[in-house]
Design a protein around this ligand. Structure first.
Ligand code: AIR
Length: 175
């Protein structure tokens, strides 16, 4: 018999906060990579400067709902990941975004230059995929199925890389 019962939503393991709705075209790639690895996440638009109370409210909810990893994404004076790290002992990943000066160097330094004792694991400017992969590696310490998904993704990526290299070399030889 057909049923309209919805599958229960998977438990959110990663909270992705970003400073502006304008960041979403890049930030959605974090969520998509996590989804490909079978990891449920949620995106919240909250700014360390414009809506600081929304940031702290979300962190309180994340603690209550047992979210495991937080990712802070922002451009320009990108203090979001650092502020998150100051309010939690969960691992925090920082994703600096371009759009400000010097192709995102402002955001990179604002995110990475944390004072000793309050770490933010900062990935490259616009490095959405690596922000997700790093979160997955942290989660893989606890969840064997995520470890397996990472293993499968690495095998797939290697095959894609080798094929692209073979095709590029074959084109060169033909010339
Ligand atoms: N931002 C928002 N609040 C604090 C910061 N640093 C960032 C956003 C965005 C940039 O400032 O993350 O990348 C510009 O925001 P907007 O909304 O003007 O496009």
């Amino acid at each position: 018999m057909a049923t309209t019962k919805k599958k229960p939503a998977a438990k959110i393991l990663v909270g992705i906060l970003t400073g502006s709705p304008n960041d979403l075209p890049t930030v959605v790639k974090v969520r998509d990579t996590l989804t490909e690895l079978g990891i449920a996440s949620e995106i919240v638009v909250a700014s360390a400067h414009r809506t600081p109370d929304k940031v702290t409210d979300y962190i309180a909810r994340a603690h209550k709902e047992d979210v495991h990893v937080l990712i802070g994404c922002a451009g320009m004076a990108a203090h979001l990941a650092g502020v998150i790290a100051g309010h939690t002992r969960l691992p925090v990943i920082g994703l600096p975004l371009s759009g400000g000066v010097v192709s995102g160097l402002d955001a990179l330094l604002s995110t990475v230059q944390m004072p000793p004792g309050v770490p933010v694991a900062t990935v490259a400017v616009d490095g959405a995929k690596n922000a997700a992969m790093l979160a997955a590696r942290i989660l893989a310490l606890k969840f064997p199925e995520i470890n397996q998904a990472l293993e499968n993704a690495a095998i797939k990526e290697r095959a894609r890389y080798e094929q692209t290299a073979d095709e590029a070399l074959a084109k060169l030889i033909k010339k």
